[in-house]
Design a binder for this molecule. Structure first.
Ligand SMILES: NC(=O)c1ccc[n+]([C@@H]2O[C@H](COP(=O)([O-])OP(=O)(O)OC[C@H]3O[C@@H](n4cnc5c(N)ncnc54)[C@H](OP(=O)(O)O)[C@@H]3O)[C@@H](O)[C@H]2O)c1
Length: 317
């Protein structure tokens, strides 16, 4: 039987599809735009079935569910754009995918949630992810939820954004909110490994597993490690979040590929560390650190790619 991966042209999605294909497991990739999938899944195109579907259009999902034994659900947006809202994609999109899976008789559902997601928070992104998981947990599905902290690796949007901005910013660089926000960066390879282990580990059914790297780091430490990996230095200047907000609003309005939004700035107020790390405590893994030898990909940005990303929201890696 086939494993369906939603958001399969996305960052976690394409890595997961490639790994499943390499393991010889039948895999179907649900993508919104075939062109992006053609780029990201080129290496495995012959071994992967690619289907188009939009989680906000329930009718487009049924064909993807044929002969599926498990769904790995990744689709979500971190920034709202056009008609794509947290409510329509993160919450209602998850409801739509789960209902389509149930109608097709699928039993297993791996839901990619988020560390800190909770319907009770005033932050709309985290609240939408929290409500989505509540819906999954209340269903009859054999579900598992994963709750990673910020994920690093080639194609990441968070750490690569610092690298791109550093490359086009001379001398000084903002230390957002004084750099005090805490994260526990976790490698994309560890997250994908955990997802795939869940497929064959029934003890994860009904569990919400938090995933993090081996160390908690402040944003200031992260910015310093990014600079060290890029062999560059800037004077880090603390900038309070309220001061950044107007600049981010302008960026959001003008740049199709704005690297940050005001609702993402809000998230810096929420601790993103993982006290009970399932990578270690459940899977017995030794998580990859956010350290120099593992973050050299931050150097892979040409100026052309950086402007294509910010000005056109192009897929550049
Ligand atoms: N990245 C992290 O640091 C991180 C940390 C914790 C949790 N997570 C969670 O992990 C999951 C995957 O994240 P990611 O970083 O891989 O994100 P991503 O690269 O943005 O991938 C998400 C994919 O969803 C697709 N999508 C968006 N709207 C859609 C729609 N209406 N219908 C169908 N597909 C749609 C996107 O397609 P397009 O490319 O065409 O827009 C994209 O390929 C998300 O649930 C996220 O909340 C991520």
């Amino acid at each position: 039987m086939t494993i369906l991966v939603t958001g399969a042209a996305g960052y976690l999605g394409n890595q997961t599809v490639k790994k499943l294909a390499a393991m010889g497991r039948p895999v179907r990739a649900l993508v919104r735009k075939r062109a992006k999938a053609a780029l990201r899944l080129a290496d495995v195109a012959e071994r992967v079935e690619i289907v188009e579907g939009d989680v906000t259009r329930p009718g487009s999902l049924a064909p993807a569910m044929r002969d599926v034994s498990a769904v790995i659900h990744y689709v979500a947006i971190a920034m709202e754009k056009g008609g794509q809202t947290y409510e329509s994609v993160n919450y209602q999109g998850t409801v739509n995918v789960l209902k389509a899976a149930q109608s097709a008789g699928v039993k297993r559902f791996i839901n990619m949630s988020q560390n800190g997601a909770s319907s009770e928070l005033p932050y709309r992104f985290l609240a939408s992810k929290g409500r989505a998981q509540e819906y999954v947990a209340a269903s009859e599905m054999q579900w598992t939820a994963l709750r990673p902290s910020a994920i690093f690796g080639p194609q990441d949007e968070f750490f690569n954004t610092f690298a791109r901005l550093l490359k086009i910013t001379p001398l000084v660089f903002p230390l957002i909110g004084g750099g005090k926000a805490e994260f526990q960066p976790v490698s994309v390879y560890d997250v994908v490994e955990a997802v795939l282990r869940c497929l064959d580990d029934d003890s994860t059914i009904g569990a919400e597993l938090a995933l993090g790297g081996p160390e908690a780091l402040t944003l200031g430490e992260i910015e310093r490690r990014v600079m060290a990996a890029m062999n560059t230095r800037r004077l880090l200047v603390p900038v309070p979040v309220p001061l950044l907000r107007p600049a981010v609003q302008v960026m959001q309005a003008l740049l199709p590929g704005s690297p940050v939004s005001t609702s993402l700035l809000d998230l810096l107020a929420v601790a993103n560390t993982v006290p009970d790390n399932a990578l270690v405590n459940h899977f017995g893994m030794a998580p990859i650190p956010f350290a120099d030898e593992h973050i050299q990909y931050l150097n892979d940005h040409s100026l052309g790619d950086i402007f294509a990303k910010f000005l056109r929201n192009a897929t550049v890696n």
